[in-house]
Design a protein around this ligand. Sequence first.
Ligand SMILES: Cc1ncc(COP(=O)(O)O)c(C=O)c1O
Length: 375
Amino acid sequence: LTVATSLIPVNEPLIGEEERRYVADCLATGWISSEGSYVRRFEELWASYCGVEHGVAISNGTAALFASVAALRLEPGREVILPSFTIIGCALAVLEAGLTPVLVDCDPHTWCMDLDQVAGRVTRRTGAVMAVHIYGHPVDMDAVAAIADTHGLAVVEDAAEAHGATVRGRRTGGLGELGCFSFYANKIVTTGEGGMVVTGDAELAERVRSYRNMAFRADRRFFHTEVGYNQRLTNVQAAIGVGQVETVDARVARKRELGRRYGELLAGCEGIALPVEEEWATNVYWMYGLVVDEATGHDAVSFAEALRARGVDTRPFFLGMHEQPVLRDRGLFGGERYPVTERIARQGLYLPSGLTLTGEQQEAVAAAVRDVLGG
Ligand SMILES: Cc1ncc(COP(=O)(O)O)c(C=O)c1O
């Protein structure tokens, strides 16, 4: 076995000519901070893509989550139900707002929150559900809405990983009260660092705008009655975003094609579970995940090492919120177990999935996976 010197990367951003032109325009005109026409255009284009009226550009996806949960204005002590299998920002946004995160396990096939467990976790303190679309596959937002309606809950959607994914034909982000996006460099549409909150509710949009801009009051500028931070997106970042949104359909189509092709190349491979696509959904395969069977003798760490030795870079799956020392140290989730999350956290990883991945590279990745599994 020879150790490869250059790895097939998990992701490289795809940046077009328009992005360069728009950024050059910002630099030439001096509109380089958060004032400027590209921010507004990016907000309008993205909100419209998500099928809702308002978009509020923000510094990153984590800030989008913080601002969205804060905008709900739930009284301290109330609870928010979210998946155990997600990024830590989801839980931190809940804590920052003085609320309590309550977890449900995830579905073993879609890796998204198990909606059958949500009703059982509703109490009289529950105020919201945070639905997180995982690795490109959406949560069934119609089922979430049904639960939310029954119990009078608000819905925050974390669509950071699922730009353009659909639930019964409707795009993610616009399917709850507030939808959160990340435009980090590995996202389908990117601004380098960046995020957005989209909503159909003008008042919620205004609260997010205020939170992102230090809660300055229109009537008396340096007089503050709310908490707000500086989480503004720059016009330069938004200029990249405008160029990216102009090609979003091709980007999403390319991701779906990459997902389809991996499915074909890895079909019949024993010892790994591949991503699925429920019949009511379109999966955008933001990252193409694999869950390795314990019976192969591999866990995600040893599988990743074996792939790395064959020239393929990977990333591990999330570790469950209930296993995070920083949350457990705050007295959260003591003794709670989420078996599906625990298994996929240990056995799951994702393959190179970027928009610049070539057909040849994809074939090499699949061949490496087959080789590690022993043919
Ligand atoms: C599901 C999910 N939510 C939120 C975020 C946070 O986004 P950002 O990295 O832009 O802060 C990410 C991360 O990339 C994510 O995967």
